[in-house]
Design a protein. Structure first.
Length: 232
């Protein structure tokens, strides 16, 4: 009985993907644990390592034949890592915000590279209402950061719009992961903004970090699973 030679590489990729998913979850859990234990030094090691593992997944397992989608997603993850490092230092907050804004624009461009702009205007209106509600709530607390924050909110809303639109246009599994990822990203950033600018609450760090890495993990798996024949 002959064995398809493609089966072994596929099985190896799936096994590696499973191992990397487990490693990301473990490292993220360690980062959150050490943050709550006030072990800042260990936390500052675990946090970037978690995102580095995600970058490694995207670079090594991502479908490189889907261009320029794969390249744009890879760069977006790198800017997320830069933002991760910068946000660990209060004095570098604005630069961390800028890094994530660039990441969201790259995600947006990656999503539109697959089939063009998704004209799901109903989705856009819902997202704009959500964004307006969040910004209105935060407005009294933002001080000199009003303009940077509104630019950031618009960037992540556009990214979410296209991420959701991608799934509505083509309901393959990869796009479902991407859609869940962008929604988790929006949730994480909303909690972060409320906790930083308005009202701090005990579970904020857990919610922010778990949903953030959950977002990146979903997006990374989406990059791995995306179908070649959907490349534009």
């Amino acid at each position: 009985m002959s064995i398809d030679k493609n089966i072994l590489p596929i099985q190896h990729k799936q096994r590696t993907q499973l191992i990397l998913n487990a490693a990301v979850i473990l490292m993220a859990a360690c980062a959150i644990f050490f943050l709550y234990e006030d072990e800042k030094f260990i936390y500052r090691i675990c946090k970037p390592i978690t995102t580095v593992l995600l970058i490694f997944m995207v670079f090594t397992l991502g479908n490189k034949s889907v261009k320029p989608f794969h390249s744009l997603m890879s760069y977006a993850f790198i800017f997320c890592l830069i933002g991760d490092v910068l946000l660990m230092f209060e004095s570098a907050f604005i630069f961390g915000l800028l890094s994530f804004l660039i990441a969201h624009l790259l995600f947006f461009k990656a999503f539109t590279s697959k089939g063009g702009l998704k004209k799901q205007y109903g989705v856009l209106m819902v997202l704009l209402v959500i964004g307006l509600a969040i910004f209105t709530y935060l407005f009294p607390y933002l001080g000199s950061l009003k303009i940077p924050v509104i630019l950031y909110v618009l960037a992540i809303l556009c990214m979410c719009w296209q991420g959701i639109g991608l799934y509505l246009q083509d309901q393959q599994l990869a796009n479902k992961f991407l859609m869940v990822g962008v929604l988790l990203f929006l949730f994480s950033d909303a909690i972060l903004a409320i906790n930083k600018f308005a009202h701090q609450f005990p579970l904020a760090d857990f919610l922010i970090l778990s949903s953030y890495w959950g977002a990146l993990l979903c997006i990374a798996n989406g990059v791995v699973l995306v179908k070649t024949d959907y490349a534009s």
